[in-house]
Design a protein around this ligand. Structure first.
Ligand code: PDD
Length: 287
């Protein structure tokens, strides 16, 4: 099936979509992105993703390609044109192309950003078999750059980390810096001890997950205690439960870390409850 994608103002079949070889996203990873999930044909937490996109663009002095209202409309059009009931919308913005390669940023007056959006159809995204099984985690060193709060398209190391995990028979990697877990390769990381949910506090060390913000709010509303602090792999291995959050996998239980089984090796009740609450509440608020 060929998708309809969006490139710089046009809705076109994916095979016809073109971006310049001089695009700075391609040459310099000079771009940012967002991933928004779709449930029941509606967008989950679009406002949160739009706000983080604006922040990422600001931090990199990159002009916005259009207004956030226009972006919402493009998201909706793509969901409709591709008949997505459950899936994802990817949005990529780069600093564009001035027709050559140079480290210096081009003049934003003459070089417009490149804006690309595409969908992924994922039937069964909410009722995922992976979430029923839980994820096995491998820890790897976090050697990424130090502005992880900006959602850039520099995803080589997260891809390598995921490959290391796969080669070790695991599902995903947790990144460790100075002895503490920063986050997952493409998600935020949590452990659970009793009624307490522990996750690293926000800083430039991690991406400020949109799912994280929603889940922590819902957890507090459900009388769970939330503690934002660093934790080690050893502490995680001794925790009652662990899980990750992201727009693409929602709340994903973790059942094993570096070969150590958590609890009885099945998804924990807190993670499963948070997944259920999150999906229920977000479906209600979807746009
Ligand atoms: N990844 N941390 C990292 C490094 C991420 O790449 C992501 C998201 C998150 C979770 O953020 P959010 O809850 O806003 O999705 C945390 C997306 C899903 C991806 O790259 O596909």
């Amino acid at each position: 099936m060929s998708r309809i994608v969006y490139v710089n103002g046009e809705y076109i079949p994916e095979a016809e979509a073109k971006v310049s070889i001089f695009d700075r996203g391609f040459l310099m990873a000079d771009g940012v992105y967002e991933v928004t999930s779709v449930l029941g044909g509606k967008l989950i937490d679009f406002a949160g993703h739009a706000k983080r996109l604006e922040r990422s663009l600001n931090e990199l002095d990159m002009p916005a390609p259009c207004t956030m209202d226009e972006l919402l409309e493009i998201h909706r059009q793509l969901v409709e044109k591709n008949d997505i009931d459950e899936g994802l919308v990817y949005l990529q913005v780069t600093r564009g192309s001035d027709g050559d390669r140079d480290f210096v940023f081009p003049d934003p007056e003459t070089t417009k950003p490149t804006l690309v959006l595409f969908t992924q159809n994922k039937p069964g995204l909410a009722d995922s078999p992976a979430a029923k099984k839980g994820a096995k985690i491998l820890s790897v060193p976090d050697i990424r750059w130090h502005r992880r709060d900006i959602k850039t398209v520099q995803l080589l190391y997260p891809s390598m980390a995921k490959m290391m995990a796969k080669k070790a028979g695991c599902d995903d990697a947790w990144l460790v810096e100075d002895g503490f877990v920063t986050e997952g390769s493409s998600n935020n990381a949590y452990i659970v001890k009793g009624n307490k949910i522990i996750t690293r506090e926000l800083s430039t060390d991690i991406l400020h997950g949109i799912t994280r913000a929603a889940v922590l709010k819902l957890a507090a509303e459900a009388q769970m205690e939330v503690e934002e602090r660093n934790f080690t792999i050893e502490e995680a291995q001794q925790a009652d439960e662990a899980f990750t959050t992201s727009a693409s996998a929602f709340v994903m239980p973790v059942v094993e870390i570096d070969g150590t089984q958590l609890g009885d090796g099945t998804p924990g009740k807190t993670a499963l409850r948070l997944r259920e609450i999150y999906l229920d509440e977000m479906r209600k608020a979807a746009v």
